[in-house]
Design a protein around this ligand. Structure first.
Ligand SMILES: C[S@@+](CC[C@H](N)C(=O)[O-])C[C@H]1O[C@@H](n2cnc3c(N)ncnc32)[C@H](O)[C@@H]1O
Length: 468
């Protein structure tokens, strides 16, 4: 009864079509002081009309009564004002006590009332209602659909409804002001992982602001890569990094790993070959005030891995962290018992940037594995003394993202990834070797037969110090 009217021929959104009058009954409450009591009683007896987003206490439909502030309570459609046999015991009692009178009520529902799903279900073919895209991603004010993926043979192409979908999405989501549709797979032709798109609704303005892990990013979504579905993966990786470590983010984008890690006071050298990503990264560093921990670079990742490793070895850099002074410390400083120097020491901490990266992150799943040969001979044999057992420093962890197929248990996929890594490093990378700490993490499904993984392993000595 409360569903919108149906028009499966509609291809251009006609908002005025979606309106309807539902004849129901209402309980006119005679005294304003009885409204709360009557409402509670009728809620308990389940007589009240409980529809989402609909007020149940409404002005009396008779204008003269409404002027005096009289209210009505909307009732379930089974209850008929002129048929007491349809009334519950509670309703009868309220009526016989003279607190309410049942009256007819025309409930007007309009386009604004119904949801995106309600409206699209009234337009799309019945056997395609389950295909209505729910999983659009939102990047700032932009909603992006990927309708091409969702076509089914023998059914009306979803593309026929894309304009209506976009208009309804904008109407129903105050945060969405632009709707785009991808017209080409991400990254198939573009190393920067940007995509071709068409604007379906709103302005062609993809300058967005997004928040992730309490950090703010501003960028042109048409020019840089950003995927809200990687949020969990970004958080997982950042949570594994320790304060004071040095980390090399080889394909950093605008910094979804780097900026939150910088906030954790990890020394991050963040690189991206795309000048627009680099600009977005620099903006995020300033905006999130992490300039002391995050250094931006715009280089090719292959050379960056080696150049950054050498530069870090030769870089002496410290960050002094001022600690907030506790009232106890303040009393100590005022007591004159300590020298200024001692108080100063109690208020600040010096973090020394390490000479060795603890982690390399490479999130470019289509080709990051091909960057692995850059780790062969990353250090000279004479630099072995920098590492365990000559020092407490361990060789770095490499986190490389890649795609593989999809299966229930990922067994074949993990084997495939291990063998690709082993081939590229010319060194057996296997779970059996505990020193490698190999872990292949299932990140997310990206297509019906494609899954994204993150392979993490400690760089083997024979790779790191191999003479080339
Ligand atoms: C999948 S995105 C990942 C970005 C970011 N790390 C994230 O998690 O959202 C891959 C990034 O690699 C960058 N890229 C592509 N080729 C590169 C290369 N040869 N060297 C460095 N960065 C590269 C792209 O510009 C893009 O920003």
């Amino acid at each position: 009864m409360f569903r919108p009217p149906v028009n499966r021929a509609m291809r251009i959104l006609d908002r005025s079509f979606f309106q309807k009058i539902c004849p129901i009954s209402a309980a006119r409450v005679h005294s304003p002081t009885d409204i709360s009591h009557c409402k509670r009683s009728l809620e308990r007896s389940k007589d009240i009309l409980a529809l989402p987003r609909l007020l149940t206490v409404v002005p009396d439909p008779t204008p003269d009564f409404a002027k005096t502030g009289k209210k009505c309570l909307l009732l379930q459609p089974e209850i008929k004002y002129d048929d007491p046999s349809s009334w519950s015991a509670t309703l009868r009692e309220l009526e016989s006590d003279g607190k309410v009178t049942l009256i007819p009520y025309d409930l007007h529902l309009k386009y604004d009332y119904w949801t995106y799903d309600d409206i699209m279900s009234a337009i799309m073919p019945e056997d395609q209602i389950e295909d209505i895209p729910q999983g659009f991603s939102m990047v700032g004010h932009v909603a992006h659909l990927n309708l091409r993926e969702l076509g089914h043979s023998g059914k009306t192409p979803l593309a026929e409804y894309k304009q209506i979908m976009a208009d309804v999405l904008v109407d129903k989501n105050p945060k969405i002001t632009t709707v785009i549709n991808k017209i080409q797979d991400v990254g198939t032709e573009n190393p920067f992982r940007t995509f071709q798109y068409e604007v379906l609704a709103g302005k062609d303005d993809l300058n967005v602001e997004v928040k992730e892990e309490d950090c703010t990013f501003h960028f042109d979504f048409a020019k840089v890569y950003w995927n809200p579905r990687l949020h969990t993966e970004h958080a997982r990786m950042v949570s594994s990094l320790k304060r004071g470590e040095a980390v090399c983010d080889v394909m950093a984008g605008v910094g979804p790993f780097a900026i939150p890690a910088g906030k954790k006071e990890v020394f991050i050298w963040a690189n991206d070959l795309n000048p627009d990503s680099f600009a977005g990264l620099k903006d995020a560093i300033t905006r999130n005030k992490v300039h002391r921990f995050v250094r931006p670079f715009c280089e090719d990742g292959h050379t960056f891995i080696r150049d950054a490793t050498t530069s870090l070895l030769n870089d002496s850099y410290t960050v002094t962290i001022s600690k907030s002074i506790t009232s106890r410390q303040r009393r100590a400083s005022n007591s004159g018992n300590r020298s200024d120097k001692l108080v100063q020491d109690a208020q600040s901490e010096v973090l020394v940037q390490p000479k060795i990266f603890s982690h390399y992150i490479m999130n470019l799943p289509a080709s990051a594995l091909s960057f692995l040969p850059a780790f062969i001979g990353l250090y000279t044999p004479s630099q072995r003394t920098l590492f365990h057992p000559h020092s407490s420093t361990r060789l770095p962890m490499v986190h490389v993202y890649c795609f593989s197929t999809k299966s229930e248990d990922n067994v074949a996929e993990k084997k495939d990834i291990r063998s690709r890594i082993s081939g590229l490093l010319k060194c057996e990378i296997d779970e059996a070797d505990e020193k490698l700490e190999l872990c292949i993490h299932d990140v997310r499904d990206v297509a019906p037969k494609k899954r994204m993984f993150c392979a993490s392993f400690r760089l083997p000595e024979e790779v790191a110090f191999r003479e080339v």
